[in-house]
Design a protein around this ligand. Structure first.
Ligand code: ADE
Ligand code: ZN
Length: 333
């Protein structure tokens, strides 16, 4: 099992916040272009200020960072940089989260964000789709307004998710918003961040009250045998982010990834916010492989799972899975 085997594989990424790909260098460029002063003298100083150790302290840095995103071109440049990086790591399909309320609340029009992302998608050179996330520490009314704002762009957005600070913001707070999103034709996912207060209860709400198709993170599912069985029975996907976990909780959660595979859960490996939790999808795959000594078959399963749980139609999914299988058969490493 070599790193090269994983790095060369055709891959899908399903848990990636586009605002979390804003690297310090681009932050400086965009600040200069928009005439903004940053409180850091250099890229090194900026990185040194990334001293988060849990979800809220990470989110403070994340939201502050995106203040440089102002124009359609800024969103284009942000997404284009991620797409170049993803391509260089053999990502052939990506579903990208974006946080419209983090921009509309600063006076940036919804369409400025979507137009920039959309134009970058057209130039990406591989297939991508957008997932709109609601900020769970804002009100359900604000989420509903955002859902309504999105409807004219509905053909460009495959699904909705829920992110930001989970403490005191359970899935059921957004039950009506997600019910409406389902009626409008959106696919449904939600973050259940790792080791949160009430993580297990939140995962249960996702299954019973929201009826999500996927859970973002969701590692704490393993604490409840009935939940594991239900997630397995429904074939729900889990989008795990090892390097992110090592920053906002502890460790890569590699034993949990292995346990998920052993339990036949559809676990996948993703990068979350790679500009802040350093490592794109390949680094995440390699980290978890080394930490848990995962086999070639287990790594192949993780990569196949991402296509299996992706929001693609059956033909496209089948073509990507065939490409993975061909790669594995012909790989010499
Ligand atoms: N927003 C961006 N990254 C996030 C994460 N890992 N959890 C919750 N909200 C987020
Ligand atoms: Zn996330």
């Amino acid at each position: 099992m070599t790193d090269g085997f994983v790095e060369g594989m055709p891959k899908a990424e399903l848990h990636l916040h586009i605002e979390g790909t804003l690297e310090p260098e681009l932050k400086f460029d965009l600040a200069a272009r928009n005439g903004l002063e940053l409180p850091y003298a250099s890229v090194e100083e900026m990185r040194a200020a990334y001293d988060f150790d849990d979800l809220p302290s990470f989110l403070d840095v994340y939201y502050e960072g995106m203040s440089v995103l102002r124009t359609e071109q800024d969103f284009y440049d942000l997404a284009s940089a991620y797409f170049r990086k993803a391509r260089s790591q053999n990502v052939v399909y990506a579903e990208i989260f974006f946080d419209p309320q983090a921009h509309t609340s600063r006076g940036i029009p919804f369409e400025t964000v979507v137009d920039g992302l959309r134009r970058a998608q057209a130039d990406a050179g591989f297939r991508t789709q957008l997932i709109m996330c609601f900020l769970r520490d804002m009100s359900a009314e604000s989420a509903m307004e955002t859902l309504e704002q999105s409807l004219p762009f509905g053909d460009w957005i495959v699904g909705v998710g829920l992110d930001s600070d989970e403490k005191g913001n359970p899935p059921v707070k957004f039950a009506e918003v997600f019910a409406r999103a389902r009626r409008e034709g959106y696919r449904l996912t939600m973050h259940c961040d790792v080791d949160q207060e009430n993580s297990v209860a939140h995962i249960r709400q996702c299954l019973d009250e929201i009826r999500v198709e996927r859970i973002d993170h969701g590692v704490n599912v393993l604490e409840d045998a009935a939940l594991v069985e239900e997630v397995r029975r429904r074939g729900l996907g889990l989008t795990v982010c090892p390097i992110s976990n090592s920053y906002v909780t502890n460790g890569f959660k590699e034993r949990e990834v292995k346990a998920m595979l052993d339990a036949n859960l559809r676990a996948t490996i993703n990068s979350d916010d790679p500009a802040y939790f350093p490592g794109y999808v390949n680094e995440n795959l390699v980290a978890v492989q080394r930490a848990a000594a995962l086999s070639r078959d287990e790594m192949t399963t993780l990569v196949r799972n991402a296509f299996t749980i992706s929001w693609l139609d059956e033909d496209e999914r089948g073509r990507y899975l065939d490409a993975v299988d061909e790669y594995v058969e012909s790989a010499t490493q």
